[in-house]
Ligand binder design. Structure first.
Ligand SMILES: Cc1cc2nc3c(=O)[nH]c(=O)nc-3n(C[C@H](O)[C@H](O)[C@H](O)COP(=O)(O)O)c2cc1C
Length: 161
């Protein structure tokens, strides 16, 4: 063991690489997120930390729902693109040619191809530090059991294994 910077220490938290999607009318934005975790089992709930300036936050505040799509290890390009462009000036879904399908429990469509989709209704929002913690109750899920997750580790998008 050795002393380390706070940034190096925080970089050892293993995070999933995911997309959060929200759709208001015809406007559908998907944004890369890593600060995601389950925080309750009954009801099943997740939290996502979003910076207050994220466009996707504006959209999900209006609709009260979002899809959390956990990415698979070969979906690095999607994570990079959706994490470096804003829905304010880029239609990320069109730019990447992402395929969508109707969700089971909410109006926001889900990704056709990823590790897992969690369909969520917003049940809370808390300002904390420079981010807003959004709490979502998971109403439905689907998975691809054959795939491994894409991760965010040491401040980088990282493949499983
Ligand atoms: C790997 C990765 C992880 C990210 N994780 C988060 C996160 O957890 N929370 C957040 O607010 N932004 C995160 N971002 C930054 C947003 O994805 C980025 O600012 C995005 O362009 C915002 O898009 P929007 O304006 O359409 O919402 C991440 C970016 C990358 C590349």
């Amino acid at each position: 063991m050795r002393d380390a910077s706070i940034s190096e220490g925080l970089g050892r938290i293993v995070c999933p690489c995911a997309l959060i999607g929200a759709k208001k009318g015809e406007i559908h934005d998907i944004t890369t997120v890593a600060w995601v975790t389950q925080e309750s089992s009954s009801p099943p709930q997740v939290t996502v930390a979003l910076h207050s300036k994220r466009y996707v936050l504006e959209l999900l505040r209006e609709t009260g729902e979002f899809v959390l799509s956990l990415l698979a290890e070969d979906q690095e390009k999607i994570a990079s693109f959706c994490g470096s462009h804003s829905g304010r000036d880029t239609d990320k879904i069109k730019a990447l040619g992402l395929e969508l399908e109707p969700s089971k429990a909410i109006h926001t469509p889900r990704l056709k191809d990823c590790l897992a989709n969690l369909e969520c209704k917003v049940t809370g929002e808390y300002e904390s530090g420079d981010h807003v913690i959004v709490v979502g109750q998971v109403l439905a899920a689907n998975i691809d059991p054959s795939r491994k997750p894409l991760l965010y580790y040491q401040h980088q998008i990282t493949r499983w294994g």
